[in-house]
Design a protein. Structure first.
Length: 135
C-alpha cells in the first residue's frame, strides 16, 4: 500500500467484515488520516455508508462490530507537493466551480468558459452547457 501513498487519485478497496479493522489500521499507517467512506452491503437491503476519515472509521468499527461486505473509498493525496501545477489543482473543481472562480477573479463569463474548455481539453459547448445557470 505504501506505493500508493502519494497517489492523487481516489482509491477503492473491497474488504470482508473479518479484516476491515486490520485493513483500516494498515491504511492509516500507509496513508495517514485521509477522508474515507465505508460502504456496506452496496445495492442490497441493508446498504449503509459511514463517512469520515480513516481514523473515525477505525473508531466506529472498534465500537460497532462490522457486518456484511465492505467497499472502502479512500481519498487521494492532496498535499501541496503532490500537485505539479495550478492546472491540476483547478481540475479538482467542477466545471461550474472553476468558471465561477475565474469570474470572481474578474474574468467575464465568455472568457472563463473558453479558458476552462482549453485547460481541460473540452469543447466550449460542453463547458457552456455545464454553466447555464451561472449569472
Amino acid at each position: 500500500m505504501a506505493s500508493f501513498a502519494k497517489s492523487p487519485y481516489t482509491m477503492v478497496f473491497y474488504e470482508s467484515p473479518h479484516r476491515i479493522k486490520q485493513t483500516l489500521a494498515e491504511l492509516k499507517s500507509a496513508f495517514g488520516d485521509r477522508p474515507a467512506v465505508a460502504a456496506r452491503e452496496l445495492t442490497k437491503k441493508f446498504e449503509e455508508f459511514i463517512r469520515g476519515s480513516i481514523e473515525s472509521l477505525a473508531i466506529h468499527f472498534a465500537e460497532n462490530d462490522p457486518r456484511g461486505e465492505f467497499t472502502l473509498i479512500v481519498g487521494g493525496d492532496k498535499s501541496e507537493q503532490n500537485l505539479e501545477s495550478g492546472e491540476e489543482e483547478e481540475e479538482l473543481f467542477s466545471i461550474e466551480d472553476a468558471v465561477i472562480k475565474m469570474m470572481e477573479a474578474g474574468v467575464n463569463k465568455k472568457e472563463a468558459i473558453k479558458a476552462i474548455a482549453q485547460q481541460r481539453g473540452l469543447p466550449k459547448r460542453e463547458v457552456y452547457q455545464a454553466t447555464l445557470e451561472i449569472e
